[in-house]
Design a protein around this ligand. Structure first.
Ligand code: G4P
Length: 200
C-alpha cells in the first residue's frame, strides 16, 4: 500500500535492527485518514470472503480494525490483555508469548462476541513472530468459528511470523512488508507478495 509505505519512509524511525518506531501514526498518535485508507484496503482485499466479524488485540490493533469494520460493515471485537472488571464469565482465552518482551500474557474474549457461524478476519498492527495472531486464531477455533484471513498493517518479513502463519494455511495480507532494518535503513519487500497492492 503505497500511502502507508510513504508514511513509514517519512515518519518511521529505526530503533534497532529489529524494531521500527511508528509512534506518529500507529502506536501512540493515530493518523485517522491513514487508518481510514488502511481499513478500505483491508476491505478491498477481503471483499467477497463473507467476513462477519473482525478480531484484533488491544491496543494498537484497534484503530485499523475499526476502520476495516466500518468498510466491511461488520462488528469489531478486541481481545483483552488484562483482566477486565466487567468481563469475567464465559471467556475464550489463549496464552501469547512475546519474544520481544519475553513475557506471556493471557488474552481473552467473551464468548458472546464470537459464534460458530462467524467468518473472522484477524487484524493486527505488527506481525513479528506471529504469536498474537496465533493466539487470536486459537480463540476463533475455541468459538468453533473460522478464520477467513489475517490482515497486518506492517509485517517484519525478516522475522518468522509471516511464514509460520502462511505455512499453517492462513491467508495473510500485509499492507507493508519490511525485509530489513539493518544499518538504520528501512528496506521494503519488492517481491510479488510485498508488491501485491501495486499489481491489484
Ligand atoms: P508477535 O505477536 O508477532 O509474536 O509479536 P511480539 O510478541 O514480538 O510483539 C510484542 C509487541 O511489540 C506487540 O505490541 C507488537 O505489535 C509490538 N512490536 C513488535 N515488533 C515491533 C516493531 O518493530 N515496532 C513496533 N512499533 N512494535 C512492534 P503490544 O505490546 O501488544 O503493543 P500495543 O498493541 O499495545 O501497542
Amino acid at each position: 500500500m503505497e500511502q502507508l509505505i510513504e508514511k513509514i519512509k517519512n515518519e518511521g524511525s529505526v530503533l534497532s535492527s529489529s524494531v521500527l518506531k511508528v509512534d506518529t501514526f500507529l502506536n501512540h498518535q493515530i493518523d485517522p485518514q491513514l487508518m481510514l485508507a488502511i481499513g478500505k484496503e483491508f476491505a478491498k482485499r477481503f471483499d467477497g470472503c463473507g467476513i462477519t466479524r473482525i478480531l484484533t488485540i488491544e491496543s494498537s490493533g484497534i484503530a485499523p480494525a475499526v476502520m476495516a469494520g466500518m468498510h466491511l460493515n461488520v462488528p469489531v471485537v478486541f481481545a483483552r490483555k488484562r483482566k477486565s472488571l466487567t468481563l469475567v464469565n464465559d471467556l475464550l482465552t489463549a496464552s501469547v508469548y512475546s519474544f520481544t518482551k519475553q513475557e506471556t500474557s493471557e488474552i481473552s474474549v467473551s464468548n458472546k462476541y464470537l459464534s460458530e457461524n462467524d467468518k473472522v478476519l484477524i487484524i493486527d498492527d505488527f506481525l513479528a513472530n506471529g504469536q498474537a495472531a496465533i493466539g487470536l486464531a486459537e480463540i476463533v477455533c475455541q468459538a468453533k468459528a473460522s478464520v477467513s484471513g489475517i490482515g497486518i498493517v506492517i509485517e517484519k518479513g525478516f522475522q518468522e511470523g509471516g511464514s509460520i502463519l502462511r505455512e499453517r494455511g492462513y491467508r495473510v495480507e500485509s499492507l507493508a512488508i519490511i525485509n530489513s532494518l539493518e544499518n538504520g535503513i528501512i528496506q521494503f519487500d519488492q517481491s510479488p507478495v510485498g508488491k501485491a497492492e501495486i499489481t491489484r
